[in-house]
Every structure is written in structure tokens, then in C-alpha cells.
Design a binder for this molecule. Structure first.
Ligand code: ZN
Length: 346
């Protein structure tokens, strides 16, 4: 009876052990299967990771910039590039450019590109600017009475010219100076002037209009608007004198030593220096072969080739050359032939 009981207990214990063992084996198998699956997953993951690493070693991600189906280049960031377009094209701060219009907005596509490929936003932008946009340039026209026009790049320059002209000719209501903003796609062909040249163009035109308006004499269509000096006539044109070999070719006007001598009209200095019996002499060529000569000067303020406006002080009265006292010897010549100044003035 006791034996049976002991046997029963032993069998029972053995059965329990077997049961546990089997459960253990079954459990281990399940775990190892799970392990195998995770191993496979890990291998696949590492495989993809390696491919990805290799991809990133050889290639990089960039945005392809496309306009009209054409690839313009690559950029790193759409936001950064859009801002660059906005800053340089839409709100451009370049001088002379009024505005730039993009014909077509760029499109972007993300791409793997070889690492060696350079990314240059500026280059892409320049390409877009030169090929896919219209640049409108701005310049300024300074006009006088809608006739004479000079062109400058900056509004400040235009104002400078007009201000200078208005201060010089403020009393002349016949002079109407205007500033007009102009646009062109082809700035090269407009050929804006330097401030100096533009001022000169307008000033000569203003001076000529003023000359015409204030003309005291018109000789061969040239307007004389100033007397060279005010003074007493001491010798007339055509007079003979023991002092000179031939008849007098000009008009002598006596005035104080050093009195400024004014050019009678706009012109160019063709001679400024010593000339025999004339002493210190200035010759100014106007238009249509009309030339004026100013002799016996004590001092000369101009040089040969200089442009002169009517009323400019060119020299000072003196008594150089064949002269007995301070006076201006004034001559008017047409195509080299002297004429009598008193037929027109004095
Ligand atoms: Zn004389």
C-alpha cells in the first residue's frame, strides 16, 4: 500500500517534470522562431541602411529649378531661393532698374544629384534674370521747353541740373525746365550722359534761348545778347589814324583798367594770347562764320578750345599792344572779314 503510494508520487512527480520539460521545449521553440524573424528584419534593415548610406555618400538631395520645362539648376532650399528671387527680382534694389518681371514662376522638384554637382543660387538666379525675365531700366530726361533733352541715370542728378539752371535763369520765364522719368528695356541704346555733359547740353540750349530773347543784335542769325563792356567810344570802325597802318578794323571803347569783358554770344575760344599790335587778344567763334575779337586786354580768363556762354567774363580791359590807354578793341568778323559793330550795337 505504501509502495503503491510512493510509486504514485514518483510517477506523479515524473509526469510533472516531463510536462514542464515539454512546456519548456515548446516555449524555447517559440522564442527561437521569434528570434529568427527579428534577425531577418534586422538584416533587411541593415541592408537598406547600407544602401541609404551609400546613396548619401554618392548623392545629395537638392531641388531642381524648372522653368518652362527646362532645368535651370539646383538649389538647397525652396524658401531660401524664393526669398532671393523676391529680394533681387521683385523688390530689387539695383540702381537704374525700375522693375523686373518674371515671365514664368519657377517650379521645384526634389532630386538626388551627384555630390560633385555644385549648388549656386546666384548662378541660377542670374540665368532666370537673363533668360526668363524682362528688366525695365529707369532713367531721367531733363528737358528744356520740350525741345532740348539730356539724359541722366539718377533723379538727384536731374534735380541738380534743373536747380542750377533755375538759379542761373530765374528771371527768364521763357525757360521751362522739366524732369521726366523714363523706362527702357535697352539702356545701352539710350546712352545716358554724365552729369557734367547733361548740364552742358541744357545750359547751352538755355543760354541760346536767353540770347534770342534778350538779343540786342542779330548778325548772320547769331544773337548777341551782351555788350562786351560799357564805355565811351574813342575810335570808330573805318577811321584812319597815325597810330595804325590801315583803317580801323574794330571799335575802341574806353573804360577803367581791369573792367571785365563779356562774350557777346555763345561760342568757342579760337585764340587766347598775345598777338602783335592787338596785345592780349581773345577770339571767339560763334555760329555761321561770325567771330568776335577782344584786344588790348590786361588779363585773359579763358583758354583756346573753351566753350563760352553769352555774358561769360573772358578777359579784363587793359592797354597791351598798340594802345595809349585802357580800352577794349572790339571786332566783329564774318567769315574773316571785319564789319562795322556800330551797324548793330553801340
Ligand atoms: Zn582799336
Amino acid at each position: 500500500m505504501q509502495k503503491k503510494l510512493i510509486c504514485g508520487i514518483i510517477i506523479n512527480v515524473l509526469l510533472k517534470i516531463i510536462k514542464r520539460r515539454v512546456t519548456f521545449i515548446l516555449k524555447t521553440e517559440r522564442i527561437s522562431r521569434k528570434k529568427e524573424i527579428s534577425k531577418i528584419i534586422k538584416t533587411i534593415f541593415i541592408f537598406f541602411l547600407l544602401i541609404l548610406i551609400m546613396l548619401f555618400i554618392k548623392f545629395k538631395l537638392a531641388y531642381r529649378v524648372i522653368i518652362d520645362g527646362k532645368t535651370i539648376g539646383y538649389v538647397d532650399s525652396i524658401n531660401k531661393f524664393d526669398k532671393l528671387i523676391e529680394d533681387t527680382i521683385i523688390d530689387n534694389k539695383e540702381e537704374n532698374i525700375a522693375y523686373i518681371t518674371l515671365e514664368n514662376e519657377p517650379e521645384y522638384k526634389i532630386n538626388f544629384i551627384p555630390r560633385a554637382e555644385t549648388i549656386d543660387d546666384e548662378k541660377v538666379l542670374d540665368e532666370i534674370k537673363s533668360k526668363y525675365s524682362t528688366i525695365m531700366y529707369k532713367y531721367y530726361e531733363v528737358a528744356l521747353n520740350n525741345e532740348t533733352k539730356a539724359y541722366v541715370d539718377e533723379l538727384e542728378e536731374a534735380y541738380e541740373i534743373v536747380d542750377e539752371m533755375k538759379s542761373k535763369y530765374y528771371y527768364d520765364s521763357e525757360l521751362d525746365f522739366q524732369i521726366n522719368e523714363k523706362y527702357t528695356e535697352d539702356i545701352e541704346n539710350i546712352g545716358t550722359d554724365t552729369l557734367e555733359k547733361a548740364t552742358d547740353i541744357i545750359e547751352v540750349a538755355a543760354s541760346k534761348i536767353e540770347e534770342k530773347n534778350n538779343a540786342i543784335a542779330v548778325i548772320n542769325e547769331v544773337n548777341f545778347s551782351y555788350l562786351p563792356v560799357n564805355g565811351r567810344i574813342t575810335s570808330r570802325y573805318g577811321e584812319s589814324s597815325s597810330l595804325r597802318r590801315s583803317t580801323h578794323t574794330g571799335l575802341d571803347i574806353a573804360c577803367d583798367w581791369g573792367t571785365p569783358i563779356k562774350s557777346v554770344s555763345t561760342g568757342i575760344v579760337t585764340f587766347a594770347g598775345k598777338s602783335g599790335s592787338y596785345g592780349n587778344l581773345v577770339k571767339i567763334m560763334h555760329e555761321n562764320g561770325v567771330e568776335t575779337w577782344y584786344g588790348h586786354c590786361s588779363n585773359i580768363f579763358v583758354t583756346e578750345g573753351q566753350n563760352i556762354l553769352a555774358g561769360d567774363e573772358i578777359a579784363a580791359v587793359g592797354s597791351t599792344g598798340n594802345s595809349t590807354g585802357p580800352h577794349l578793341h572790339f571786332e566783329i568778323r564774318i567769315n574773316g572779314e571785319p564789319i562795322n559793330p556800330q551797324d548793330y550795337m553801340y
